[in-house]
Design a binder for this molecule. Structure first.
Ligand code: ZN
Length: 353
């Protein structure tokens, strides 16, 4: 399966010397990602043909390794361009353009067994490689490593962890709202990256459709569509961070939609939201270890003022941008008067004004 056949397009780089090769030799191992079947097991071997590395005749497990390797590399490059770099604690074997701690490529282990925990990632401090573990869905038997949505979701967890907690810490998920926010961020990036970087099956309105073998709900309770009704006011009724996280993901999908309407370009609205969200996580790192949704709202507004110096934001003033974002937060119950008792689910007070 030649990797080049996958539908995928990076935004124009503009970063001198970037990107660099994904593979070092002839295996699923390189600067950004080391992927293997079994725990820290054997990578998949390819064959060099005319300067291209080709992976052929792989069995299902090997195809999963290859797929996870591919999408983790896409995620590395995507987040690098948005501003998650060596200095921010990103995941690379060698630090190339800025200075962090090297020696921590995303380390992916793919298991050919079913597990209730079929997709997870454990990121510790910068310089120590994170472990992404992917296995078969316990009911459908489908391999999570073959679902790009799951791979991107897990990779985003690792990004959130380093950015929102700080590169030498890893406690963004210390409190329920922080855990939920991380789930929402992961759903948002996974679905929007696939929808907007040209992979097939758009629009994407449910998360984990393939691995769950459920075209309507995917792995979640409800799809991210026009009927989505939950808001910040409902947080107290949630026990599971994935359910609560859908409120945060929907806030981001609606922000992208609102910004797209503001500039008359839906695609640009998504790119603006990606940038603001990434920047906002760096703002959170400055002061929070267990952020609430309202902390994250404030960080997002702070990332928008002044607007990032990126082409997507040209011609937009800070007040116009803030007004558009605030309107979405108000619709989701996170208006200026919303309150929260720390970052717990219970005790939130919504404000729709
Ligand atoms: Zn998750």
């Amino acid at each position: 399966m030649p990797l080049l056949e996958a539908a995928y397009e990076l935004p124009a780089s503009g970063v001198a010397g970037f990107p660099w090769d994904w593979v070092d030799g002839n295996t699923t191992s390189g600067q950004n990602v080391v992927a293997a079947s079994g725990f820290h097991g054997t990578p998949v071997f390819g064959t060099q043909v005319n300067g291209q590395l080709r992976f052929a005749d792989a069995d299902a497990a090997q195809t999963g390794v290859l797929n996870a390797f591919f999408w983790c590399n896409v995620a590395h490059d995507f987040f690098y361009l948005l501003g998650f770099r060596e200095v921010d604690g990103n995941y690379q074997t060698v630090d190339k353009l800025t200075k962090g701690r090297p020696g921590d490529p995303m380390t992916v282990s793919v298991f050919s067994t079913p597990s209730t925990n079929f997709g997870n990632v454990q990121a510790v401090q910068d310089g120590l490689p994170p472990d992404m573990l992917l296995a078969q869905h316990p009911t459908t038997g489908r391999q999570a490593a073959l679902d790009a949505e799951v791979v991107l979701h897990e990779y985003t967890h690792a990004v959130t962890e380093r950015l929102a907690a700080g590169r030498l810490s890893w406690n963004v998920a210390a409190k329920p709202q922080g855990r939920a926010m991380a789930e929402g961020l992961s759903d948002f990036f996974a679905l929007s990256i696939l929808e907007h970087l040209g992979a097939p099956t758009s629009p994407r309105r449910a998360f984990g459709v393939w691995v769950a073998n459920d075209a309507v709900h995917g792995l979640r309770r409800v799809p991210y569509d026009a009927q989505f009704a939950a808001t910040f006011a409902d947080l107290g009724g949630f026990k599971d961070e994935h359910d609560a996280g859908q409120v945060w993901a929907m806030t981001l999908f609606r922000s992208a939609e609102a910004l797209g309407q503001l500039v008359g370009d839906a695609e640009r609205g998504v790119r603006m939201t990606w940038q603001l969200v990434l920047d906002s996580l760096k703002v959170l790192a400055a002061g929070h270890s267990g952020p609430s949704f309202l902390d994250a709202r404030d960080a997002l507004l702070s990332a928008a003022n002044p607007p990032p110096k990126k082409p997507e934001f040209s011609g937009l003033s800070a007040p116009v941008l803030a007004q558009s974002i605030r309107a979405v937060f108000s619709r989701m119950g996170m208006g200026p008067g919303a309150t929260s008792k720390g970052a717990a689910f219970k005790g939130v007070q919504a404000d729709f004004s």
